[in-house]
Write a protein that binds this ligand. Structure first.
Ligand SMILES: Cc1cc2nc3c(=O)[nH]c(=O)nc-3n(C[C@H](O)[C@H](O)[C@H](O)COP(=O)(O)O)c2cc1C
Length: 485
């Protein structure tokens, strides 16, 4: 057989195999972007003002949740805390695929094109963290650290895929505090500030450095700490309005924040103070800002139960609205099933048009499901690509040159109608009133800040880049072996 025909024959036969082979490949830079895309400026001090932010949440702050939060109006999204050491030996892998382009002069030309474009930082046995270029302009990466040098090394690993880096100074869980991280930093201000200073010095100017703290028991001590932190050159400060010993079920002491906001304003640094604690959504953010004077509000548990809470009209009947779309997008992006199942199991919103029986059926199906295959009846066709495109278009439709979704500033502006109870979601007077009817094993344990040590739990992504029929190696199945759920 002529060598060219043979090559054609092999390509025809093997093109299907190429499709099935690893869709992933290493890449030094994110997938190419459409030239039509509106260019977005880097974050600046104003980017943290007049916003409603998605809080960092281990597990619950997974990539699909962040994308849905952005779709529904979150101004910026924080990723889950990743401990610096976990990232040090991670390998950056992009979801790309080799595709046949042409045969010329007895050479086979292959194109390496983006499939989903998901960027994974792979550890030894699992992805430590995943992101997507579409969220990059709005993405703050949260780091857990007790060492300036390691923090800087870890930050350098991810800085091309993020817009800002945030230091977790509030996690009260022993796995953090025993290692001197999280809330332990609150009582070790020298170390806390040395990490922030090191990050600020090491990061390029367009990467913002921020911190998330809790109150110290004494207000004067808190102000002293805030003064030192602000003087490190951070771009914004988030204050979780609880002390280290307070549990989530304890009401956040938001009235204590105003003095801190005024104090930071008095320092003349023009940085945003972001309130965190007990905010229920976009509408409720007006009340919180009125009480505290904070520039912005950050939401955790209300977004965990409904990532559309950033909209002035959050989704209701989520068994019909949010859940199927979330499942489709999560599958399309290869989000690990157990992580997806955990996130979906947290969802809860008022039932208005659909029935409780239908909602129960969906929930029971999810609880029993051991893989995406088991939820097909909920999602209908697996058209996640279309759902994902819709998310991308919505995010990209944000005003060019602005980091705020259109209408966001108006949405959270403090006005006389603050605290309006128009939205059913906002009617509950505290997050604890949003009950979850899910299997106990998938509920965040009460009083727990981080449900498990940081890490996305996503499967390890194969690093196979060249189709075996070209490289001469035996093809390996790219799909990771199913993990127990
Ligand atoms: C499931 C879960 C995971 C969390 N993970 C983190 C984390 O990784 N980093 C962090 O700073 N705070 C974390 N938190 C705390 C939240 O960011 C937030 O400070 C806290 O829940 C209070 O906000 P809320 O009243 O809106 O829930 C987590 C909270 C929850 C519920």
């Amino acid at each position: 057989m002529h060598v060219l025909s043979f090559a054609r024959f092999r390509l025809k036969t093997f093109s299907a195999i190429f499709e099935r082979m690893s869709r992933r490949s290493h890449s030094a830079s994110p997938p190419s972007r459409s030239p039509k895309r509106a260019r977005i400026e880097h974050l600046n001090l104003d980017s943290f003002k007049d916003g409603v932010m998605l809080a960092p949440m281990v597990r619950s702050g997974a990539l699909p949740t962040r994308l849905f939060a952005l779709k529904h109006g979150a101004t910026l999204v924080w990723g889950p805390e990743i401990v610096d050491k976990a990232m040090l030996h991670a390998e950056r892998v992009v979801d790309r695929m080799w595709k046949f382009a042409s045969v010329a002069f007895e050479k086979i030309n292959l194109l390496n094109i983006a499939v989903t474009g998901v960027v994974s930082f792979n550890g030894k046995s699992r992805a430590i963290w995943t992101t997507h270029p579409v969220e990059k302009p709005y993405l703050i990466y949260q780091i857990g650290s007790a060492d300036p040098e390691i923090a800087v090394q870890a930050a350098k690993m991810v800085m091309n895929d993020i817009s800002g880096i945030d230091l977790n100074c509030g996690c009260p869980k022993p796995f953090s505090t025993h290692a001197g991280m999280g809330a332990a930093l609150l009582t070790n201000p020298d170390l806390l500030c040395s990490i922030l200073t090191a990050l600020r010095e090491a990061m390029p100017p367009h990467i913002t450095v921020t911190a998330k703290i809790r109150f110290l028991p004494d207000q004067k001590d808190t102000l002293k700490l805030v003064e030192r932190i602000v003087n490190t050159g951070i771009s914004a400060l988030t204050v979780h309005c609880r002390t280290r010993n307070m549990r989530d079920k304890d009401r956040a002491m938001i009235e204590r924040l105003r003095e801190i906001v005024d104090f930071v304003k008095g320092m003349g640094k023009d940085i945003a103070v972001i309130e965190n604690g007990d905010c229920l959504g976009a509408e409720d953010a007006k009340r919180v800002r009125n009480v505290t004077g904070a520039h912005s509000v950050m939401i955790a548990r209300a977004a965990e139960t409904n990532p559309s809470c950033f909209s002035s009209t959050p989704l209701v009947d989520i068994d019909k609205t949010l859940v199927p779309a979330y499942l489709r997008v999560a599958k399309y992006l290869d989000n690990h099933w157990s992580l997806t199942k955990f996130c979906v199991s947290q969802f809860k919103a008022p039932i208005v048009a659909s029935t409780k029986a239908e909602d129960k059926r969906v929930r029971e199906t999810i609880i029993k499901a051991r893989s995406y295959d088991d939820v097909t009846e909920i999602v209908g066709d697996w058209t996640g690509e279309n759902d994902f495109k819709e998310i991308v278009e919505t995010i990209e439709a944000r005003a060019a040159g602005s980091l705020l979704p259109s209408g966001a500033a108006e949405k959270v502006a403090t006005d006389a109608s603050s605290g309006t109870d128009v939205q059913a979601l906002s009617r509950a007077s505290s997050v604890s009133q949003i009950e979850t009817e899910v299997a106990e094993e998938y509920v965040t344990p009460e009083g727990t800040q981080n449900p498990e040590p940081p890490g996305s739990g996503a499967p390890l992504i194969s690093d196979r880049t060249i189709p075996a029929l070209i490289s001469g190696e035996d093809p390996l199945t790219p799909t990771p072996a199913p993990l127990s759920t």
